[in-house]
Design a protein around this ligand. Sequence first.
Ligand code: URA
Length: 190
Amino acid sequence: MKKTEEIEKLKKECLEFCKKHLLYRQGTEPVFGEGSLESKIILVGEAPGYYESMSGQPFCGAAGKILDELLASAGIKREEIYITNVVKLRPPNNRDPKPEEIKDFSPYLEKQIEIIKPEMICALGNFSTAYILEKYGLKAEIQGISKIHGKVFEIDEKLKIIPLYHPAVATYNAGMKEILKKDFKVLKRS
Ligand code: URA
């Protein structure tokens, strides 16, 4: 099966799953993920916010504007990469995702990674970093994002994992944007 067919099939399954999930609210959209299936880079956020749940698109609200700026500063076009979240439905009032919610949705993220076969997984923020590091056997490396942002974990010669601050931090702390920009340069270098 071609990557496009595989991802469409997975998306359909995921949307069906979402409709039965406790986080599902009528009138809102699941956010599966989007971008190039040929990308070497996958960005993994936490969960959709309000605007994402209205449009079905990842990172299209305030954090998304910052993400676009960060990508532009690294010389990367959004459509060249693949962007998704660990949790595919918006938690009420944007609360943190619960461990069981991360567990519920993780098979879809795993399958997305399997289909796209990226060379670099960038985990945005604490929740997605903890999930990705544990998935690749690096549980012992899990620390707060302030300690490990920008660090490159080589899984093998074909895959690197890079924890990054979540772009939303720059919406409430403008000074963080420069740190984010510096870290995002790793996307171009690696
Ligand atoms: N924050 C996330 O983690 N993901 C989104 O898609 C939007 C905001």
